[in-house]
Design a protein around this ligand. Structure first.
Ligand SMILES: Nc1nc2c(ncn2[C@@H]2O[C@H](COP(=O)(O)OP(=O)(O)OP(=O)(O)O)[C@@H](O)[C@H]2O)c(=O)[nH]1
Ligand SMILES: C[S@@+](CC[C@H](N)C(=O)[O-])C[C@H]1O[C@@H](n2cnc3c(N)ncnc32)[C@H](O)[C@@H]1O
Ligand code: SF4
Ligand code: SF4
Length: 323
């Protein structure tokens, strides 16, 4: 469907849990995040109902995210049921990769076509520190297990943070050269804990200069519904992508809305405005009525974000929104 700014909205990002088995420094505080109680979280049946209704409004891409989606009990059955819904053309997952060594083949069998894995550093000690306890070897194993399982494309999300991983950009470039992996460098967004980290922000232009990619021509053949701009230098098996949420935002071509784990439809990543669907789903009203409310919420999607306004503060951290 279209929103009031005539953008075609067809991509629903679904956060299936606010919980996570990591605590990345830029995403979640070390302590103090209250987990949602079980009955506040949408059940898989409720999510499937909303997905089915949204397909009737023209939604066709669905990304399952979190928190960490793979920690939710029953996730594989949910993925399988989602993949079978008529109108679901593109079912995708964003994960921190820790559980992929054991789950990648089952995820593929469930009907997920492609996967995005977050990996900000390949250094064991840095990863441990940044994620407050994670084991990077599991994530790297998970990346290669995903390739073996036939998930395609496998994309790697690298949030670039000054003084933390800028020196590793060339190693990630080598990774995309040697393997069919699509490494995307992401600008740090000032959301939740990161709103106090503005000096750690690295603009895409600086990343491109560091990598010697300023003059390359973008390519268009990487499957995806997101805002990344991709490049494939000569001799690369994979590609390099950039997600420039701040320095050159892509809101005028935005195609998505988000569903939080507690059932709020969030028309923009960076707007506090949310519409509660949990109570609507539990109130016994018809699919037709729900569709009307869903369409209204999408129609009122904001034109763009205001992340460059330093006074802006969200009430949620990124793990609660789903990225
Ligand atoms: N500003 C902004 N950033 C986004 C949006 N969607 C995703 N991102 C950021 O882009 C990064 C990668 O997101 P992914 O979950 O991998 O999804 P994607 O890039 O949409 O996925 P593809 O379909 O593979 O292109 C994350 O850091 C997100 O927070 C958005 O709508 N607005
Ligand atoms: C919130 S996580 C949820 C899914 C999963 N746990 C993971 O890490 O992939 C989704 C994406 O958001 C990114 N992210 C989190 N906080 C961010 C921030 N402040 N700026 C940019 N990206 C961020 C993560 O790196 C990850 O790629
Ligand atoms: S980025 Fe993903 S893995 Fe890291 S704390 Fe946030 S939700 Fe968890
Ligand atoms: S910030 Fe909001 S409007 Fe801009 S691309 Fe993201 S979701 Fe769309």
């Amino acid at each position: 469907m279209q929103d009031q700014y005539l953008r075609r909205i067809e991509y629903l990002r679904i956060s299936v849990t606010d919980r996570c088995n990591l605590r990345c420094q830029y995403c979640m505080p070390a302590e103090g995040v209250q987990w949602l109680p079980h009955d506040s979280i949408l059940s898989f049946e409720e999510i499937l109902r909303l997905m089915r209704i949204s397909t009737q409004l023209g939604f066709r891409r669905f990304r399952v995210t979190g928190g960490e989606p793979l920690v939710r009990k029953g996730i594989l059955d949910f993925l399988q049921e989602s993949a079978q819904l008529p109108g679901v053309d593109d079912l995708m997952l964003t994960t921190n990769g820790l559980l992929l060594p054991e789950m990648a083949f089952d995820i593929k069998s469930a009907g997920v076509q492609r996967i995005n894995i977050s990996l900000d550093t390949m250094d064991r000690d840095r990863f441990y520190e940044n994620t407050r306890g994670g084991d990077v070897s599991k994530v790297i194993q998970g990346v290669f297990r995903s390739l073996e399982a036939g998930l395609n494309p496998v994309k790697i999300n690298v949030v670039v943070v000054r003084g933390f991983n800028t020196d590793e950009l060339p190693s990630f470039l080598t990774l995309a050269k040697q393997y069919p992996l699509h490494v995307r460098f992401i600008e740090l967004m000032p959301i939740g804990v990161s709103s106090e980290q503005r000096s750690d922000f690295v603009p895409i232009q600086e990343m491109k200069e560091l990598l010697g990619l300023e003059d390359d021509i973008p390519i268009k053949d990487i499957p995806g519904g997101g805002p990344a701009e991709y490049f494939r230098p000569n001799g690369f098996k994979g590609s390099i992508g950039f997600i420039s949420a701040l320095s050159r935002h892509f809101c005028n071509t935005c195609n998505r809305v988000r569903l939080t784990a507690d059932g709020k439809l969030r028309p923009c990543l960076h707007s506090k405005h949310e519409v509660d669907f949990r109570e609507v789903l539990r109130s016994g009203i018809s699919d037709q009525e729900i569709m009307k409310l869903f369409a209204q919420a999408v129609w009122h999607k904001p034109a763009e974000h205001h992340m460059n306004n330093e006074a802006w503060q969200d009430t949620r951290v990124m793990s609660q929104i789903g990225g």
